[in-house]
Write a protein that binds this ligand. Structure first.
Ligand SMILES: Cc1cc2nc3c(=O)[nH]c(=O)nc-3n(C[C@H](O)[C@H](O)[C@H](O)COP(=O)(O)O)c2cc1C
Length: 151
């Protein structure tokens, strides 16, 4: 069984959580893949679990044109754990973001992912507000693409 962690920060309206749930649905469409979801606004990511997983889907709202605090904390933790010898770097990943009309924060997410030597499997999906219309399928397709990469 392959393991994907869907790691996201969601706080204001739950928009990024809705995207995360769709991404997770897409991952689960691929047989042999199990998914763990963590809202980093509510809890920290366990670094042992991160080291053991095969891929990560990373989601954030755009807060002040930067990733939200919980996701920044995740990258800080992953970096420190890596320096302590845990295998938290070098994973396949996809990114998703909810925004209020800007969306510039996606650049910070991708830069942080690059710092961890994560490899993007597909272009990031952005939604203004909650996912609707073609963004619903785009989120599912993002999860599916990640799962298919590691199956
Ligand atoms: C503190 C804060 C800062 C924000 N800054 C931006 C911003 O710079 N650009 C933007 O497009 N949206 C901004 N927004 C809007 C959020 O990105 C948007 O409402 C998003 O859908 C919230 O996701 P969530 O419901 O998962 O928390 C901001 C919202 C908050 C609460």
């Amino acid at each position: 069984m392959k393991h994907i962690m869907v790691i996201y920060h969601s706080q204001q309206y739950g928009n990024t959580r809705k995207m995360a749930e769709l991404v997770a649905e897409g991952c689960r469409e691929v047989p042999g893949v199990q998914v763990t979801m963590v809202n980093v606004n509510e809890q920290r990511v366990d670094m042992e679990a991160l080291a053991a997983c095969d891929a990560v889907a990373l989601g954030s709202p755009d807060y002040f044109s930067y990733v939200a605090g919980g996701l920044k904390q995740f990258f800080d933790d992953a970096w420190i754990a890596r320096r302590a010898g845990k295998s938290t770097a070098g994973k396949p990943y996809v990114a998703f973001m909810s925004h209020g009309g800007g969306g510039r924060a996606i650049a910070s997410l991708e830069k942080l992912a690059q710092s961890m030597q994560y490899t993007a499997v597909a272009p990031a999906v952005l939604c203004q507000g909650a996912p609707s219309g073609d963004r619903i399928q785009a989120c599912r397709a993002l999860g599916r693409a990640l799962a298919e990469r590691i199956r």
